[in-house]
Design a protein around this ligand. Structure first.
Ligand code: SF4
Length: 425
């Protein structure tokens, strides 16, 4: 059973008289468990839908749905599948106490992997899940491989029952499913020869493995430092060397880069980022792979949409890792807009200063940094630091931040989304 949360006017759902709170029970006699069932089973041109209306009345609709016409029905969010692992580098273990409950949930959900590109380990799949992945052909999936050696992988995941990832990928690939994969690089565990084997095994899948990225482990003050450490500059360089060798081979043999290092890996290695063309259309940009090159490209593409900012002053607040790469992004923006940008790199008072990524900055860090900055016309903060309820990691709201700062605050993902309208004052 799946609850309806909203119905678009003049849609098929509205014509049927569906209301928020109605329960979608079955399609063609098959139980509707979640949004996947709803999306896939209701995609047919004709089907029987059994519904329980909010008043308790059960109705069966015989629906004809012309191709491409949406049902116009929004459904409740899926109950997140919990993770079966206990990785030493888990972000949840690196959280301080006292944050909102939802942040402590370890999610590992193949449905969200398909729908939103969240990485999943596939270690918690039940036979029914395997059937659904195959039946609905959920492709591409985003898979945390980490290591193809099953012993190393079980060690990394702290899960002695983790199935062999190669067997899983083989089964799904046999049904036409493709994967974007990632390796979270834990030095001394899955780098070096283990990484080489992982890259070789994944390359052996041919077109089924669309890409592989390596992301260095990121730890906070609260992480299990006695069990895991961040890679050194030389370890990052060695991993990049391996990735670039596979990338060169993939470009020669397949015409794609295929193997990528996250921007963070290049930063820690103190090596220049690859050019934009090397990122194969930025398929893993949400994973921090090619973010800077993507930003530069986005700015160039959106240049014509920017408001006139000549003579204005714009503050750019970000984490320390991105701050190192910001000058090369802000320089063209200055040229295009005529504004003056002031880069304000922030430490992280919530997780400790070793955490340098922008998305984990708490509201209090922005609040403190903007004290006395009334000379700015606008302050841009990273959009990733807010959740969909406009809450920062420390539960401060965007509204509360705005009400306590002397400057207009705009969340932004790629600058041009926040610079298309002139400042209020
Ligand atoms: S797979 Fe590992 S890192 Fe991801 S949520 Fe589970 S324990 Fe945490």
């Amino acid at each position: 059973m799946l609850k309806v949360t909203a119905v678009a006017p003049e849609s098929i759902g509205a014509e049927l008289g569906l209301k928020p709170g109605a329960e979608l029970l079955t399609i063609n006699g098959r139980e509707i468990e979640d949004f996947l069932d709803w999306e896939f089973l209701s995609a047919d041109e004709q089907f029987l839908l059994q519904v329980r209306q909010p008043g308790g009345e059960e109705i069966e609709f015989d629906i004809e749905r012309p191709e491409g016409v949406p049902m116009g029905v929004a459904v409740e969010a899926a109950r997140i599948r919990r993770c079966a692992n206990r990785c030493d580098f888990c972000f949840v273990d690196g959280l301080p106490q006292g944050l909102r409950d939802t942040l402590y949930i370890r999610d590992d959900d193949y449905r969200l992997s398909f729908k939103y590109g969240n990485f999943a380990t596939l270690t918690n799949l039940k036979p029914r899940d395997v059937e659904r992945i195959v039946e609905y052909r959920l492709s591409p999936l985003y898979v945390s491989v980490h290591a193809t050696d099953p012993v190393v992988r079980r060690w990394l995941l702290r899960n002695p029952l983790a199935p062999d990832i190669l067997e899983q990928l083989r089964l799904f690939a046999g049904h036409g499913i493709a994967f974007h994969t990632q390796v979270v690089l834990s030095p001394g565990v899955n780098d070096g020869a283990v990484l080489e084997r992982t890259l070789k095994d994944l390359y052996g899948f041919g077109a089924s493995v669309l890409s592989v990225s390596a992301v260095p482990v990121g730890l906070t003050t609260f992480s299990k430092h006695q069990l895991v450490r961040e890679p050194t500059r030389d370890e990052c360089r060695a991993a990049i060397g391996q990735l670039e060798e596979w990338a060169a081979r993939a470009r020669r043999e397949r015409g794609i880069t295929w193997a990528f290092g996250a921007d963070e890996l290049y930063l820690r290695a103190a090596l220049p980022l690859p050019p934009a063309e090397a990122y194969d259309g930025f398929e893993q940009v949400e994973n921090g792979v090619g973010s800077v090159r993507w930003l530069e490209q986005r700015i160039a593409e959106d240049a014509a949409t920017l408001a006139p900012w000549r003579g204005r002053r714009i503050g750019v607040l970000t984490g320390r890792s991105m701050a190192g790469l910001m000058p090369q992004v802000l320089e063209p923006l200055e040229r295009i807009t005529g504004a003056r940008f002031e880069l304000i790199p922030l430490g992280n008072p919530l997780f400790g200063d070793s955490v340098t990524c922008a998305g984990l900055l708490p509201g209090a860090a922005f609040q403190a940094a903007l004290v006395g900055r009334s000379h700015l016309d606008v302050a841009l903060i990273p959009g990733e630091s807010l959740n969909e309820d406009q809450l920062f990691m420390d539960d401060l709201t965007l509204q509360a931040l705005r009400s306590t700062t002397p400057v207009e605050v705009r969340p932004s993902y790629h600058f041009t989304d926040a610079l298309d309208t002139p400042p209020v004052r």
